[in-house]
Design a protein around this ligand. Structure first.
Ligand SMILES: N[C@@H](CCC(=O)N[C@@H](CS)C(=O)NCC(=O)O)C(=O)O
Length: 198
C-alpha cells in the first residue's frame, strides 16, 4: 500500500496528494506534526534525512521531494500523457518542476509562510518574486490551456498548489486572467481534490 507522509497545510504535500487522487490510487495518509517538530525525529529522519514532508513510500521504495514523487507516480502508475517519453517534452516538463521547487517556493510559498506561520522573511522580495513567476505563467497560459502537451501533466500538478494558494500570501491573482482560468481548469479535472485555502 502506498503511504504519504504529509501535513494538511503543506502545498508541497498537496502536489503528491492531488496526483494520487487524479490517478485514483489507493493510499494511506500519515500525518506528520510539523508544529511539534515530528519531521526532525530520529524515526522520520530515517525516511527523509532532510526532515521534510512530503515523503511517499510504496513497498520498499521511499521517495522524498514533491517533484520526485510526481515523477515516480506518473511513470509507475500513470498513462504516458502525464510524463511523456520524448527528450524535448520531458525537459520542458522538468523546467516547470524546477520552477515549482525553486522560484515558486522563494516567492509564492515564502509569502504564504510569512502570513500563515509567522516565518521571518523579506516579504517585499517574496511578493516581487511571486509576481515575476505569475507574469511568466500568465503569458505562457495565454497561448495554451495546459503548461505543456495540450493536456494536464505533472508540470501542472507541481505548479498549481502554491499558485492557487497565492491569496494566503496576500498576492493577488487579479492581473493574471489566464492563470486564473488554468486554476479553474485544474479544479474541473476528474479526481481533483482540494486542501484548506484551495
Ligand atoms: N523540496 C521539497 C521541500 C519540502 C518542504 O519544504 N517541506 C516543508 C513543508 S511544505 C517542510 O517539511 N517543512 C518542515 C521543516 O523544514 O522543518 C519538496 O518539494 O517536497
Amino acid at each position: 500500500m502506498i503511504q504519504l507522509y504529509y501535513h494538511e497545510l503543506s502545498g508541497n504535500c498537496h502536489k503528491a496528494r492531488l496526483m494520487l487522487s487524479l490517478l485514483g490510487l489507493e493510499h494511506d495518509l500519515v500525518p506528520v506534526d510539523l508544529m511539534s517538530g515530528e519531521q526532525k525525529s530520529p524515526q522520520f529522519l530515517k525516511l527523509n534525512p532532510l526532515g521534510q514532508v512530503p515523503v511517499l513510500t510504496d513497498g520498499d521504495v521511499v521517495i522524498r521531494d514533491a517533484q520526485a514523487i510526481l515523477v515516480y507516480l506518473a511513470r509507475r502508475y500513470g498513462d504516458e500523457g502525464w510524463l511523456p517519453e520524448s527528450a524535448e517534452l520531458i525537459s520542458k516538463i522538468v523546467q516547470w518542476l524546477s520552477m515549482a521547487a525553486n522560484e515558486i517556493q522563494q516567492g509564492l510559498a515564502r509569502a504564504r509562510l510569512h502570513f500563515l506561520f509567522n516565518v521571518q522573511t523579506d516579504l517585499g522580495l517574496a511578493q516581487k518574486k511571486a509576481h515575476q513567476v505569475l507574469q511568466i505563467l500568465d503569458e505562457h497560459l495565454a497561448q495554451r490551456p495546459w503548461l505543456e502537451c495540450d493536456r494536464p501533466t505533472i508540470a501542472d500538478v507541481a505548479c498549481y498548489p502554491y499558485v492557487g494558494l497565492a491569496g494566503d500570501g496576500k498576492v493577488s491573482l487579479e492581473a493574471y486572467p489566464h492563470a486564473r482560468a488554468w486554476i479553474n481548469r485544474i479544479k474541473q479535472l476528474p479526481g481533483y481534490i482540494g486542501m484548506p485555502g484551495l
